[in-house]
Design a binder for this molecule. Structure first.
Ligand SMILES: [Zn+2]
Length: 116
């Protein structure tokens, strides 16, 4: 059976810009990671590093966007990493997408999908 999870047709060619992320933080001591503002952080709770599963509370927070293949679709995934090293350990994004993990914002333009 096939899943029919697809965006609207206009979203397939030119994706909207990625929302800008906050600069990486070496420590989360001044941040309540269980009560974040989703408009700023893209989520309201961050518990563990998306890469190594280490508790974010004991480390820093480095958020990046990465384009990742999920089934037959390529989706933007928000990565909450504990360190630059974990960001660097992310797999290469899917072909035809922004080639490195990035922090979004208007300067980042997703290359046009080339499905033809
Ligand atoms: Zn980590």
């Amino acid at each position: 059976m096939f899943r029919s999870v697809r965006g609207p047709p206009t979203a397939r060619g030119a994706l909207p810009p990625f929302p800008p992320l906050q600069p990486g933080k070496a420590s989360t001591q001044d941040l309540d990671i269980r009560d974040l503002d989703p408009a700023v952080w893209g989520t309201d709770v961050i518990q563990a590093c998306s890469v190594c599963d280490r508790p974010i509370a004991e480390s820093g927070l480095h958020q990046v966007w990465i384009s990742s293949r999920v089934g037959t679709d390529t989706l933007p995934l928000l990565v909450n990493a504990c360190s630059r090293a974990c960001v660097d350990a992310l797999p290469a994004p899917a072909k035809g997408n922004v080639p490195t993990p990035h922090t979004g914002g208007p300067g980042i333009v997703q290359p046009r999908a080339d499905y033809a």
